[in-house]
Write a protein that binds this ligand. Structure first.
Ligand code: HEC
Length: 715
């Protein structure tokens, strides 16, 4: 797959083959909104007692205690001060520049008047939620801990967890860390996976029942076997582990669930790891004392390699319900049996009490990558309904009798290639959806893209190499629709399983949503505009250009009688590594725009200092660099293997790292070796590649210079 010829449209694929990449309440009417609100005095309020009862309490409006606000993960706030009538008065109250941060995708927490958030390289900060004043900062020294293992994974992280006076963070290199929420002091730290394995963490831990759960990512970068582990919140000791896929049967099974799962695999899947890595999508359900885990895609993606005799490959691409105290398997629902397209189910798992055909249902709402919106009965794990929310061609529908998708002939690229919708980016990814019990609607950021999957000529004995990876299939093109917008904010009716309204968007990579009893939906867009919509109609009611792409979802809280909205601004995520031809170029080049935490309130009158305009990198022309084409072709392969995950496919970088076509470093052999092999920029998320020899470094330099000249139109 790295043998493509050098041409003007080199390897957009290189980055694409590495895509890692809620009730408990009854209906709240708008009028009830703030009546149950609690205004906390941080000095008096003892946060050490805030546990499951408080985290499950939908009426608490002073705080934002969990990733999705409460245990239900609805991202719905009963606050109403900011509403359809007042939202036009929304303005910035305070903001903090975060000059060293890059991609910001996380959800802040607010506990007892303090706002906590995680930034680039897992730095955790606590600020006064009213003034923005920094209270403490904890830097887990990810650069020091991760070393060259940075070759897999990402600088960004989706959030924190709070439980009884502790803040929990999970780091890129696999540590789970407990900090005192008042002082930021380190209480304990546990390594959650074997560091010889090509695994990493971008997810937020989930705290419940005095435990903290975390999984990891890695299906694209080696022989990954997914698992989640719950740790004791006080000590960091392991409480239980659930493996997502079975290991080698000869070694015995860890649990009856693994024995059952092994029946659905063929060949020597354990040699590939199998995958299923749970890198996002953890929900605790106090009503059933269950944890729902959204599981990942296969490692490798291609089932023909992974499980050559077919099979559903449990528990890939599933929601698995586990006993929260023991980790014991309760039930599962698999969204994509025998997956072969990177259609993981690690997206949000939202709990909601809804009524379908007159019957009350304790539902899970779930919109995974595969393009179907699922309503699942969480008491039994049985499927209630499933309908496509965008263009889906891998299956015609989900059979409600069997609960299984009805696949389309040819979708598994049996002839070696096929165009399939959605793309590996998914019809919906980790960008949070929200559910509003007043409108009964889910607000879902959707992506309308397809993928051209190609595995022709692939030797079935292909194996992924650890830390180098590969998927056993290439996605040679991302298909951009010509008959519909590439993205949308969709208000989805989970009962009728149809859209209530749709706001078309020019780009698919928009941020997660927040909805409130003020009849509002908030969302940030790829182009830096933060908007408020009417939750009933989708009418745009307010917007503000924040000057930098937004990838994080907003939160809201109320202190001293003022309702605030807080939002991290810093374009990022797996998609932000590169560009997709046919979609607008964002212009959020690495290092140009300042990342920020911005807070809004009614009549806020702080002026944001201006950002530079959007900027696209210009390839550098260096006429005196004599390009050796043979070396350049070799370098292209090395680049696709080691560098494109951060610097972008075809060396066209976006927001996550320097554009190496525009860099002068490759002009100098010495400087290039210092950065790439010796780790001169190791503090800045640029990993050292100690194993690359002189000739490989030269090959990379020649490729980068060649690509710069091709793109500048001088070669
Ligand atoms: C995990 C992400 C990541 C990977 C993988 C990665 N880089 Fe980087 N690289 C970065 C970041 C981030 C920077 C910018 C550091 C800074 O802020 O100075 C960078 C900077 C650089 C620079 C300096 C550019 C300049 O003008 O200052 C060079 C050269 C470079 N990388 C080459 C490579 C090569 C070659 C590879 C593959 C062998 C590679 N990088 C892989 C993240 C990465």
């Amino acid at each position: 797959m790295s043998k493509r010829r050098l041409s003007g449209s080199l390897s957009i694929v290189a980055s694409l083959v590495f895509i890692v990449s809620t009730t408990l309440t009854g209906c709240l009417s708008s009028e009830e909104g703030t009546s149950g609100s609690t205004v906390l005095d941080p000095a008096e309020h003892d946060v050490s007692t805030i546990g499951d009862t408080e985290i499950a309490d939908e009426t608490r409006t002073a705080d934002w205690l969990a990733y999705g606000r409460t245990h239900s993960e609805q991202r719905f706030s009963p606050l109403t001060d900011i509403n359809r009538d007042t939202v036009s008065r929304l303005g910035v109250t305070w903001y903090r520049d975060l000059p060293d941060d890059v991609a910001l995708v996380s959800t802040p927490l607010v506990v007892g008047g303090t706002l906590y958030f995680t930034g680039t390289m897992n730095i955790v900060r606590a600020v006064d939620a009213v003034t923005g004043e920094l209270l403490w900062e904890y830097d887990p020294d990810v650069a020091g801990a991760i070393g060259s293992r940075r070759q897999v994974g990402w600088v960004h992280n989706r959030g924190l967890s709070f439980y009884k006076g502790k803040i929990f963070a999970a780091t890129w290199d696999g540590r789970l860390i407990a900090l005192s929420s008042t002082t930021g002091e380190l209480l304990w730290s546990t390594q959650t996976f074997d560091t010889s394995k090509p695994l990493y963490i971008t997810g937020a831990p989930k705290a419940f029942r005095n435990k903290v759960l975390i999984g990891n990512g890695g299906t694209e970068v080696g022989r990954a076997r997914g698992s989640v582990t719950a740790y004791d919140a006080d000590t960091g000791d392991e409480a239980w582990t659930f493996h997502v896929v079975p290991g080698n049967p000869a070694d015995g099974f860890e649990s009856p669930a693994m024995e059952m799962a092994a029946e659905t695999w063929t060949g020597s899947w354990w040699e590939h790891g199998g995958g299923g890595n749970a890198w996002h999508g953890f929900t605790y359900d106090p009503e059933f004392n269950a944890v729902y885990v959204g599981t990942g895609n296969g490692a490798p993606w291609n089932r023909r390699i992974r499980s050559p005799g077919g099979g559903d490959n449990l528990f890939l691409c599933s929601i698995v319900a586990l006993n929260a105290d023991t980790g014991e398997y309760l039930w599962h629902y698999q969204t994509t049996p025998g997956e072969t397209w990177d259609y993981n189910s690690t997206m949000d798992i939202v709990l909601a009490d809804i009524e379908v055909d007159g019957s009350p249902i304790k539902a899970i709402l779930h919109a995974p990558k595969n393009g179907f919106f699922y309503v699942i009965d969480r008491e039994t794990g049985s499927l209630v309904s499933a309908e496509p929310f965008t263009r889906v061609t891998w299956a015609t529908h989900v059979d409600l009798e069997t609960g299984r998708p009805v696949e389309t002939a040819g979708a598994r690229y049996p002839e070696g290639e096929a165009n399939v919708w959605p793309s590996p980016h998914g019809a919906h990814s980790w960008q949070a959806m929200s559910y509003n019990p007043v409108t009964g609607l889910v607000y879902l950021p959707t992506m309308h893209l397809g993928g051209r999957y190609v595995d022709s000529g692939l030797d079935p004995s292909w194996r992924a190499e650890d830390f180098v990876g590969g998927n056993g299939v290439g996605v040679w093109e991302i298909l951009v629709p010509d008959d519909m917008p590439p993205g949308a904010l969709q208000a989805w009716d989970p009962v009728r399983q149809e859209p209530a309204w749709t706001v078309p968007q020019a780009h698919p990579w928009n941020a997660g949503t927040l909805t409130t009893a003020g009849d509002l939906v908030f969302q940030g867009r790829y182009d830096g505009v933060f908007l408020a919509y009417d939750a009933h109609t989708g009418d745009e009611l307010w917007s503000r250009d924040l000057g930098l792409g937004i990838s994080a979802p907003p939160i809201t809280y109320e202190l001293d009688g003022t309702q605030y909205l807080a939002l991290l601004v810093g374009y990022g995520g797996g998609y932000a590594v590169s560009f997709t031809p046919g979609l607008p170029d964002e212009g959020w080049a690495y290092g140009v725009h300042t990342r920020r935490l911005v807070t809004f309130a009614l009549d806020g009158d702080t002026t944001l200092s201006p950002q530079p305009p959007p900027q696209l990198p210009e390839p550098l022309v260096a006429a005196d660099f004599a390009i050796d084409e043979e070396l350049a072709v070799r370098g292209q392969g090395l680049y696709g293997t080691y560098c494109s995950i951060c610097h972008g496919g075809g060396a066209v970088a976006n927001a996550m790292a320097t554009d190496l076509r525009a860099s002068s470093v490759p002009l100098s052999r010495g400087a290039f070796a210092r950065v790439v092999r010796d780790g001169a920029l190791a503090d800045r998320a640029m990993p050292p590649f100690a194993t690359l020899d002189d000739e490989e470094l030269d090959a990379l330099r020649h490729y980068l210079r060649a690509k710069a000249h091709v793109d500048a139109g001088v070669l």
